[in-house]
Design a protein around this ligand. Structure first.
Ligand SMILES: *Cc1c(COP(=O)(O)O)cnc(C)c1O
Length: 396
């Protein structure tokens, strides 16, 4: 008899569809992958060099569990410079990616039965990580009128005496929406009033193309800062998904608990990648700027393309590298005799028939949608969108 809890966890569906598309590619099929959850750019050269240097210097041993002091200091510096947040090194825990940071957070916060409010559409891993730590994910659908951002009214409806925390992800994966100061202030007031923690996933902060600026909810005052755990990492901003460094900033007692948990699970994050992260956080940002310019162009192209298809709607993403598209007006119609009833049908037919990979919205708690990632070259996107439009035309 294997663990019931483990068996109740759904494997990451974005990784699954990506795996299927990659497998087809390996088999020689000309797949256009809009499924990727990672930048298609190379890690900048100066970051690679810092890692090579670390190996040369023999920086190859265990570091303190929460990260080497100079890494913690670099993170403090970054938080001050970019987010106007003052933290001390002992309030920082570096882990094996932001995903690991999130796992540590819930391990530190949750008692069995504690509820965590997760606005939908959500990043696929939130509910599962909460479940792994015996919490109850409370999925709260947001509305298109509010650009898929959670409101205090919706939070109030979801609140129970078991509510422990709210997850805010801005810029958002999958919608690309960015919370404004006013919206964050309202959520902060709500969290303070009801004694809740806020988990603020800011992994896409550097990838914003619209007018809105990134703001950390923790920067809105001492009270909210105390109850916020900021999560960030280098995967998305510096094209470092494979390096596996994420981090948290929180009050020291929470940091201490997370560090204690991590000391028995993974110990410190990779020492060499820690050195590379210092170079990323303190180094020049011109590669980041180039990447942002390329993403902005691709975003504009994708939104334009979607807008030309009358059956589809999307809210223009302001950040991250995804477009979330409502395909529900096609439900009930058929592609060459095969009925499209859900976004999973849609995504499967799309991949099998025209070799275009997208992720069905059900993975994000929004079954009317599909997610396109624009982390692929413009020529590939153009080719893929041509196929996509053809596919849509053949749905009768
Ligand atoms: C990619 C992603 C993460 C995790 O990134 P790591 O590679 O584990 O650092 C966390 N949150 C969101 C919303 C993401 O899209």
């Amino acid at each position: 008899m294997l663990s019931n809890k483990a068996q109740s966890i759904t494997p990451s569906p974005t990784l699954l569809i990506d795996a299927k598309a990659k497998k087809m590619k390996r088999e020689g099929v000309d797949v256009i992958g809009f499924g990727a959850g990672e930048p298609d750019f190379e890690t900048p050269e100066h970051i690679k060099q810092a890692a090579i240097q670390a190996i040369g210097d023999g920086f190859t041993r265990y570091t303190p569990v929460a990260g080497a002091l100079d890494l913690q200091e670099a993170i403090c510096h970054k938080l001050k410079r970019d987010n106007n947040l003052s933290y001390q090194p002992q309030e920082i825990v570096a882990s094996n990616g932001a995903k690991h940071s999130l796992s540590n957070i819930f391990a530190a916060l949750l008692n069995p039965g504690d509820e965590v409010i997760i606005p939908a559409p959500f990043w696929v891993s939130y509910p599962e990580i909460v479940k792994i730590h015996d919490g109850i994910p409370v999925i709260v659908p947001t509305h298109i009128e509010n650009r898929c951002k959670i409101t205090v009214t919706e939070l109030a409806d979801a609140l129970t005496e078991k509510t422990k925390a709210i997850i805010i992800n801005s810029p958002n994966n999958p919608t690309g929406q960015v919370y404004t100061r006013t919206e964050l202030q309202a959520i902060a007031d709500f969290a303070i009033k009801h004694n809740l923690y806020v988990i603020s996933d800011e992994i896409y902060e550097k990838l914003i193309y619209g007018k809105e600026e990134h703001l950390s909810i923790a920067s809105l005052g001492a009270e909210i800062k105390k109850r916020t755990i900021v999560v960030n990492g280098v995967s998305k901003a510096y094209a470092m998904t494979g390096w596996r460094i994420g981090y948290t900033a929180s009050i020291a007692p929470i940091a201490k608990l997370m560090s204690s948990i991590q000391s028995h699970t993974t110990s410190n994050a990779n020492a060499i990648a820690q050195r590379a992260t210092i170079a990323a956080l303190l180094g020049p940002e011109d590669s980041l700027r180039d990447m942002r310019i390329a993403f902005a162009e691709r975003r504009d192209y994708m939104v334009q393309q979607i807008d030309t298809i009358p059956e589809l709607t999307c809210i223009e993403p302001e950040g991250a590298f995804y477009v979330f598209v409502d395909v529900s007006r096609l439900f009930g119609r058929a592609y060459h005799g095969q009925t499209v009833t859900t976004s999973v049908d849609f995504a499967t037919l799309l991949l099998d028939n025209v070799q275009v990979a997208v992720v069905p919205g059900s993975a994000f708690g929004a079954p009317d949608y599909i997610r396109f990632s624009y982390a692929l070259a413009m020529e590939q996107m153009q080719k893929g969108m041509k196929r996509f439009e053809q596919f849509i035309q053949e749905i009768k």
